[in-house]
Design a protein. Structure first.
Length: 552
């Protein structure tokens, strides 16, 4: 055993092997020895303003990089990041949390050390509820086996994991990796796979209006390319959902549109709900993806394939991997004719935006302007609230150019997430569409974005408080927040260096600010878009009406 090679070295070598180039988080005394190793490694340390934001940044990074890691200290750090970890667990995002912990002797003696809550097992028990695997690294002897198991489970299951690293274990000697990290490949049961494909082929061959509904699990398992191959090989139309928007190119001639149950455009809803062979791949029927469960699907026409199973009507086929199912359909399904393979209405390009002189900005015109502004070199992050209610109408042409958290829906997510996005895709520019209430929750990370020389365009939908709550329920004073001068934030965080702020009240102001953003690609741009009268998108009004009707 090489005394100069430690558990910290082992962790970092494995992280580098799985293409993690950045670590997000906040230092603390229990994790400082590990961080010394980080600084000496090829992996870059990205210190965030707090642990929650570090978790959101890691979440954004993992969605584009395939995995991420965050580092925190015990108790105050671990319990601060847990909301971000819960969000990653809900949305199946592979994030690795490394938490420094008190030395083993303190644990063994039961000493009442700082940051401890009740007992030394509690934090591990808490994280075990929102991770697919969690472990304490008690010694250098068993650390390699545990680290490899936990990381493999993170990558295989597309879920967060937790490694607790006592301060003395971080410096404990251990063996170097003997081989590359291996994962037991999950294989389909051949009988179950063949039977469900045969039933799918039978339904498909006698159908008149088949359609693929592409869901979020395809994103998490990196199956967008194979799904597109299926769609193009078989010549079948497809729709996506809010959570899977930008999985497939929206300018594709076979794209029907975004399906959200009763919230969908009429022609999209008709094509999806009248399909006599709806192949739902990786779809989650969550409330916001289904227009508060306003879908009208005939189950006998739905073939539902998820990560490890396929359901066709009342027939259940376990142990069928989504990738195997798609690959076999590419071979087995017969090609359709052109008329049967294309949507009734082609997806239209956004109309050019022309500012009306001296016209006060409205929510609708804000979104129309942004839709025209976005291009293939930008990644749009839409905050839970009016932003993600308006997002289905945005035209996202290329895959992986849109990020949203519609299931866990934690407001404040997008600003720190854009830090991870910017570092994972340095060739692209994040565009953050956030509310004023959401920004106030995680605004500190603008500081880190500037420090890391990231150049997002942050558009603050300034509609005076928690507008989504005002629309969902009769308004109350709890939805009020302090009005900030948001356009001055770049000056506060960085004295105006490498960043610019704009306050826009008219359509002309907005166009001018966005034109400056184009001319300053290396600067963070913050646009405070004042929306008078608490105006909002049609999507948010639709959500409010549906929400109130559900409660009746």
């Amino acid at each position: 055993m090489n005394s100069h090679y430690t558990v910290s070295n082992y962790i970092l070598d494995r992280l580098e092997e799985i293409r993690i180039k950045h670590l997000f988080g906040v230092p603390g005394d229990y994790v400082l020895d590990f961080l010394d190793h980080v600084i000496e490694s090829p992996i870059k340390w990205v210190g965030t303003c707090n642990e929650l934001n570090g978790g959101y940044a890691a979440d954004g990074y993992a969605r584009l990089n395939g995995a991420s890691a965050a580092v925190v200290t015990y108790g105050v750090g671990g319990l601060s990041i847990i909301n971000a970890v819960a969000g990653a667990y809900a949305e199946r995002v592979p994030m690795i949390v490394i938490c420094g912990a008190p030395p083993s002797k303190r644990r063994e003696s039961g000493a009442l050390v700082h940051h401890l809550v009740d007992n030394y097992q509690l934090q591990l028990e808490i994280f075990s509820k929102v991770t697919t695997d969690s472990a304490i690294l008690y010694s250098g002897k068993n650390a390699p086996e545990i680290i490899d198991r936990v990381l493999a489970n993170c990558l295989r299951n597309k879920l967060p994991v937790y490694l607790e690293l006592p301060a003395d274990t971080a410096l404990a000697p251990c063996l170097k990796p003997a081989d590359k990290l291996t994962m037991e490949t999950q294989k389909s049961d051949p009988i179950s796979l063949n039977e469900c494909v045969a039933e799918t082929v039978s339904i498909f061959n006698r159908s008149n209006s088949p359609l693929v509904l592409a869901g979020v699990e395809l994103m998490r398992h990196n199956l967008g390319a194979e799904t597109l191959k299926l769609i193009e090989t078989v010549e079948i139309p497809f729709a996506t959902m809010l959570s899977s928007k930008s999985l497939l190119p929206e300018l594709h001639p076979q794209f029907s549109g975004i399906y959200q149950g009763g919230w969908s455009k009429k022609h999209v809803r008709e094509q999806v709900e009248t399909s006599d062979c709806l192949i739902a791949l990786g779809v989650w029927m969550t409330d916001l993806d289904t227009g508060l469960f306003s879908v009208n699907l005939d189950e006998k026409h739905v073939i539902s394939a998820n990560a490890n199973e396929v359901r066709i009507g009342s027939h259940y086929y376990p142990n069928v991997q989504l990738q195997d199912f798609i690959q076999k359909l590419i071979i087995e399904l017969a090609q359709r004719t052109y008329l049967a393979s294309h949507p009734a209405h082609a997806f239209e390009k956004p109309k050019p935006f022309h500012a009306k002189p001296s016209k006060a900005l409205t929510a609708t015109r804000l979104y129309e302007c942004l839709d025209d502004f976005l291009n293939d070199d930008m990644i749009l992050l839409s905050e839970p609230g009016d932003a993600f209610c308006a997002s289905p109408e945005f035209h996202i042409d290329e895959a992986e150019n849109f990020i949203v958290q519609p299931y866990y829906a934690s407001i404040g997510y997008t600003t720190p997430a854009s830090l991870g996005v910017a570092l994972a895709r340095p060739e692209k520019r994040p565009v953050v569409l956030t509310g004023d209430g959401a920004l106030q929750m995680t605004v500190q990370e603008i500081s880190t974005l500037i420090r890391q020389k990231c150049s997002p365009i942050i558009v603050v939908i300034n509609n005076d408080g928690y507008l989504i709550e005002r629309v969902l329920h009769e308004d109350g004073p709890y939805n009020d927040i302090q009005m900030w001068n948001y356009s001055k934030l770049p000056d506060i965080f960085a004295d105006g260096k490498n960043s610019l702020g704009f306050r826009v009240e008219t359509e002309e102001d907005l166009v001018a600010a966005l034109n400056t953003a184009k001319q300053e690609p290396c600067k963070l741009i913050l646009i405070d878009a004042l929306i008078p009268g608490r105006d909002c998108s049609a999507g948010l009004w639709r959500l409010g009406d549906a929400f109130r009707n559900v409660k009746k």
